[in-house]
Design a protein around this ligand. Structure first.
Ligand code: MG
Ligand code: MG
Length: 271
């Protein structure tokens, strides 16, 4: 819309507090799902657990009915990258299950995702998950006042490239978040540093690398939601919602606000 393009919503501290409340609902739900997932369950079983977790916290699931999405979480298994629909698929030993979860408290959003291996992982799958999650934290570490937006994607890409021959998904990216789940700006997981909007206190971003064991290319299944790798190789997805404050990144969807992982990277976080 004329005059409205590329406006990035800036949050007041009390609005960040509501985003933190939503983020903790997401963090609790993902922790519960990580503890619950076992072979023999269906992805619909996971969805039911998430539905109960979010509603018992007094929050609203962001994904349910979002553009017609029929479930509370996305469950993407093995070669599925993102946006898988929970259903009757039975989880098998060794599967990688990527779980994406969003919740709303008082109109403010939290959005996060984890990938978990159910049972024993092969070394290459172990590495895929570690590389993807570490790349996420490298990106979060750049969500600091004074930086530029593309510093985040550059940090994500640099870690993945330095770790091996992985594919970084380009068609699906992170996003601004706050009073809606998906807002400006887009947050790619690649690129050169020093470009894009300056990062200022009050911005909130969902950072979410999707990394494949094979090539980067994707296709959508006939359900018009599930995104899979073209080559059938497996994929991982980790995401956090990050509030940019004058005192550093505040990871609203991490129980400790990101303090431990960011301290290890030398980045201060709000007290
Ligand atoms: Mg998400
Ligand atoms: Mg997201």
């Amino acid at each position: 819309m004329f005059g409205r393009k590329n406006v990035i919503e800036l949050k007041k501290p009390e609005q960040f507090e509501r985003m933190r409340a939503a983020g903790l609902v997401v963090a609790d739900t993902l922790r519960l799902l990580r503890e619950s997932v076992t072979p023999g369950m269906t992805t619909a079983d996971l969805d039911a657990i998430a539905r109960e977790s979010i509603s018992s916290a007094g929050a609203t699931p962001s994904f349910l009915n979002y553009h017609g999405f029929p479930a509370v979480i996305c469950t993407s298994v093995n070669d599925e990258i993102v946006h898988g629909i929970p259903g009757q698929r039975v989880i098998e030993p060794g599967d990688v299950v990527s779980i994406d979860c969003g919740a709303i408290v008082d109109g403010w959003h939290g959005d996060a995702a984890i990938s978990v291996v159910v049972g024993d992982a092969t070394p290459e799958v172990d590495q895929l998950l570690d590389v993807t999650e570490t790349a996420l934290w490298r990106g979060i570490a750049k969500a600091c006042v004074g930086g530029r937006l593309s510093d985040i994607g550059h940090a994500v890409e640099s870690h993945v490239r330095a770790s091996g021959d992985f594919g970084i998904v380009e068609e699906y990216v992170g996003h601004g978040i706050g009073s809606s789940m998906h807002m400006d700006p887009s947050v790619p997981n690649y690129g050169q540093p020093g470009h894009g909007p300056k990062l200022v206190a009050g911005m909130a971003l969902a950072i979410e690398p999707m990394v494949n064991l094979g090539g980067r290319h994707t296709k959508m299944l006939d359900d018009e939601w599930t995104v899979v790798t073209v080559d059938g190789r497996w994929s991982a997805h980790f995401e956090h919602t990050v509030a940019i404050t004058a005192d550093g990144p505040w990871v609203t969807t991490a129980h400790d606000g990101g303090a431990e992982r960011l301290a290890a990277l030398g980045v201060p976080t709000p007290a």
